[in-house]
Write a protein that binds this ligand. Structure first.
Ligand code: ADP
Ligand code: MG
Length: 256
């Protein structure tokens, strides 16, 4: 399988302490990759290094959908978003006072020429684009099963549906690489199940997804491969079965 993301010897420190240290990994096009590790392992930092919200101190991040490789570690987040990298941050909040549809439309503006502000201000020549974005946003809501919630206030939706809405917002930017930072945290069993089915559906459509998650069963169900971080280092990678049997992983989680 061809790769879509290649991270080589990436490091990032905060105040002299490494959050991510000399991490190398490759993600195949179309796979679902879980990233696991204890709290503070550097998982969110790694995702931010991919999305551009953090810049590495050393190492390279290369992105190559359909074999078109380029270095992206020098690009700002909006440029990476335009290339098809979407992130749902850990604990991401929705815009209160906006409907579900409006929240998704904010995501769609990431890939337009004019950006969200121009769209929000309805500058001349924006109308047609606005209509396209609205149609895309409705389609994204449909895709995550939230079409009927389009005109409800987003921040009063149940937590599971708020997470689906975050995914819809990311999908509206038409990503080729979707980064989900702990999308299942705090969800009830039925909500986790709905989210798992949503992620499985995206995989069937061929979308490459990276997913930070603590629940072993959730990871085993969804992930093709698992990367394990501990204290900023990439200590193991393999199938969920391989990772469950890995001594270094057990040590990282249980301590010594
Ligand atoms: P994880 O997502 O695996 O829980 P993080 O990537 O959030 O871990 O954090 C890794 C380490 O980097 C932690 O020790 C954390 O305190 C530190 N860290 C992360 N972001 C920052 C930041 N913006 N400023 C200072 N320290 C940070
Ligand atoms: Mg985190």
């Amino acid at each position: 399988m061809s790769a879509v993301l290649r991270i080589e010897s990436v490091s990032r420190a905060f105040g002299g302490v490494y959050a991510v240290r000399d991490v190398s990994l490759t993600v195949a096009e179309g796979e679902t990759r879980a990233v696991i590790g204890p709290n503070g392992a550097g998982k969110s930092t790694l995702f931010n290094l991919i999305s551009g919200h953090l810049v590495p101190d050393a190492g390279t991040v290369s992105y190559g959908p359909r074999g078109q490789w380029r270095r992206i570690d020098g690009l700002p987040p909006h440029a990476r978003a335009r290339l098809g990298i979407a992130i749902v941050f850990q604990g991401a909040r929705l815009f209160g006072g906006m409907t579900a549809l409006e929240n998704v439309m904010v995501g769609a503006h990431a890939r337009t020429r004019h950006g969200f502000l121009a769209g929000a201000l309805r500058l001349p020549g924006q109308r047609r684009e606005e209509a396209e974005i609205r149609a895309d946003a409705l389609a994204a809501l449909e895709r995550v099963g939230l079409r009927e919630w389009a005109h409800r206030a987003a921040d009063v939706l149940p937590l599971g549906q708020q997470r689906s809405l975050q995914v819809a917002r990311a999908l509206c930017a038409r990503p080729r690489l979707l980064l989900l930072d702990e999308p299942a945290s705090g969800l009830r069993a039925a909500e986790r199940e709905a989210l798992a089915q949503l992620i499985e559906g995206l995989r069937e459509e061929g979308l490459t997804t990276m997913l930070i998650e603590h629940d072993v069963a959730f990871v085993a169900r969804l992930a093709d491969r698992v990367s394990v971080l501990d204290l900023g280092a990439h200590i193991a990678e393999g199938t969920p079965e391989e990772i469950r049997a890995d001594e270094a992983v057990l040590t990282a989680y249980l301590g010594e």
